[in-house]
Design a binder for this molecule. Structure first.
Ligand code: HEM
Length: 458
């Protein structure tokens, strides 16, 4: 039987590219409605990309790793190249497998749960800066909080003044990445420090240098800290004690680049997901009230502790629903096809790219009434709902930070709702790009109508 190629839209490559950059979620939704669950787009700078919208097809794709599909190659071109060639995000094959084996234990569920108190304390510190009657830009507040959280996990055992400096440099680095001239491979023009790419590389240089200094400082005067650091229990210390690479110079670069990658992958992805979840709750007062009720029943006025999380199933369902209802990026799970594959009756030749259309997958009819924000029906009352739920991609390359992201979402949501009532005035659900993730347009302006923490409570 001769297999056909996935259908493609009739409009030009230029229109596909323009619309992909301007309104990717709408484009993917429209093309899926016209062409079905598997289709092909041609995006300049990315190439021919076969897009998948069904969880069961994606499960097949994510099983096909290694020889057939190379995620690292395409990710290097799209994102990892802005960090360097020592980062696992952009690797494939045995080199990747060795690195991932070394990194994975640091991100397990149990390890991440130990950060519950830190995340809560940082959230409470944010709330202490608010006052009743004030209107905050909630998304910007969540972005700053997420930077603090990931910084705490990555280099939180650093001396306070150095940690502050690292947070500042990390913030400047993450801000510089937001420029389309950095995000888009063919716009990265090395034309001096006044251009966005030049500014970005300066921020990267400063962050990397500060990280190198800190690694050396912890390792002692001789700089032997690359394999020898014994200070602290943050990720920097753990990576420094590990052997990502045998060669000390490469080890140093590998640690620095992995740290930069985790800052990028681990901050605004999570804060945008929390922002969308707050929006879902604002639009669905019944869901919000039920969550508040669970928080009162389990926590009362006590601060949330690690063991409380397992006693809050509705909170967990709200987190999962937030990630399902509005994913933070339109396409994820990029893989370059290395040898031809066949899937759902279609032939996909080598050289093409495959990817997951997140919103089309998570709002697929596999979920009853997929447009509604309904944690109960989509998660609590379902049998094996997680088979259909793929916000973190899948297979060997599944997001390494998924336990941390869900914990952070749960702790931030529970702590804010325990202490605060927010009225979000702009409830637009239009996604707006901000760096590598998409946030609600308008940035969630929120009036604080009640607060039980800080000097300005009421
Ligand atoms: C809500 C928040 C997050 C979402 C939606 C998200 C989503 C994703 C997705 C879709 C992938 C690609 C998976 C694939 O290709 O199959 C990924 C990979 C990755 N994510 Fe996340 N992520 C989030 C939070 C985080 C956090 C908190 C960290 C760091 C602590 C992180 C670090 C990474 C890394 C390092 C990879 C590359 C994994 C590899 O190739 O080995 N992410 N993430």
């Amino acid at each position: 039987m001769v297999l056909s190629s996935p259908p493609r839209p009739k409009f030009s490559v230029l229109s596909q590219t323009r619309r992909f950059f301007e309104e990717p979620f709408d484009l993917l939704s429209e093309v899926r409605q016209n062409l079905g669950d598997i289709f092909s787009l041609h995006i300049l700078g990315l190439g021919r990309c076969v897009v998948f919208c069904r969880p069961d097809h994606l499960a097949e794709i994510y099983k096909l790793e290694s020889e057939a599909l190379a995620p690292g190659a395409i990710r290097y071109k799209l994102f990892a190249s802005i960090v360097g060639d020592q980062i696992s995000l952009g690797m494939d094959g045995d080199r990747y497998k060795r690195r991932r084996r070394q990194l994975t234990p640091f991100f397990g569920h149990r390890q991440m749960m130990q950060h519950t108190d830190n995340i809560r304390l940082l959230t409470e510190a944010t709330l202490q800066g608010w006052s009743v009657g004030q209107t905050v830009q909630l998304q910007a507040e969540l972005d700053r909080l997420a930077l603090r959280v990931i910084s705490r996990i990555l280099f939180g055992d650093t001396e306070a003044s150095i940690a502050e400096d690292l947070v500042r440099r990390a913030g400047a680095f993450l801000k510089a990445i937001k420029s389309p001239f950095v995000q888009t491979p063919f716009l990265r023009l090395p034309l001096g420090s006044l251009t966005p790419w030049g500014h970005y590389t300066a921020c990267r240089r400063q962050l990397f240098e500060a990280l190198r200094q800190e690694i050396r400082r912890r390792g002692g005067e001789d700089g032997g800290g690359v394999h020898g650091d014994r200070n602290g229990d943050d990720l920097l210390a753990k990576l420094t004690r590990s052997s990502l690479e045998d060669d000390p110079a490469q080890q140093l670069e590998a640690i620095v680049q992995e740290m930069a990658g985790l800052l990028i992958g681990g901050s605004e992805t999570t804060s945008k997901a929390i922002g969308w979840t707050f929006l879902g709750l604002a639009k669905n007062p019944t869901v919000q009230n039920r969550l508040r009720q669970e928080i009162v029943e389990v926590l009362g006025r006590s601060p949330l502790r690690q063991e409380d999380i397992a006693r809050m199933p509705y909170l967990d369902a709200v987190v999962k629903e937030g990630l399902r209802w509005q994913p933070v990026a339109p396409l994820v799970g990029f893989r370059r096809v290395e040898r031809p594959i066949e899937i759902a009756g279609f032939h996909i030749p080598a050289g093409h790219i495959v990817a997951q259309a997140t919103k089309e997958t998570s709002r697929h009819e596999a979920f009853a009434q997929p447009e509604t924000f309904d944690p109960d029906n989509h998660f609590l009352k379902q049998k094996n709902p997680l088979n259909r739920w793929l916000p973190f991609g899948g297979g060997q390359r599944v997001c390494i930070g998924m336990a941390l992201a869900q914990l952070e979402m749960a702790v931030v949501l529970a702590t804010v709702l325990q202490h605060c009532r927010l009225e979000i005035s702009d409830q637009s659900t239009r996604p707006q790009q901000s760096g590598i993730a998409f946030q609600p347009t308008g940035g969630l302006p929120a009036r604080i109508s009640a607060l039980t923490l800080g000097a300005h409570r009421g």
